[in-house]
Write a protein that binds this ligand. Sequence first.
Ligand SMILES: [Zn+2]
Length: 87
Amino acid sequence: MKDEDTSGLVHWHCEKCKIRIAVIDKEESELRLRYKDLVIKLNWSDEPCDNDTVNVLCRRCAWSNIVTRKQLKSGFVNGPVDHSVKK
Ligand SMILES: [Zn+2]
């Protein structure tokens, strides 16, 4: 399930408590995470290493939210990490 707003950004929500933890800009190939004055931006390329993962600890409930590069590229940011290859 993806949550895309009018700007084309995909929202990544905590699996457990559902607050928004980051946004994904698929056009810019970029994950953006901001909290107070901390900003993290992750850019990915199209090199073949789709099993790279990003792990964001939820600032509210401390749940460990993990997505693969493949999931980031497809905009799929909810649900458990799926390493199987299907599109
Ligand atoms: Zn949470």
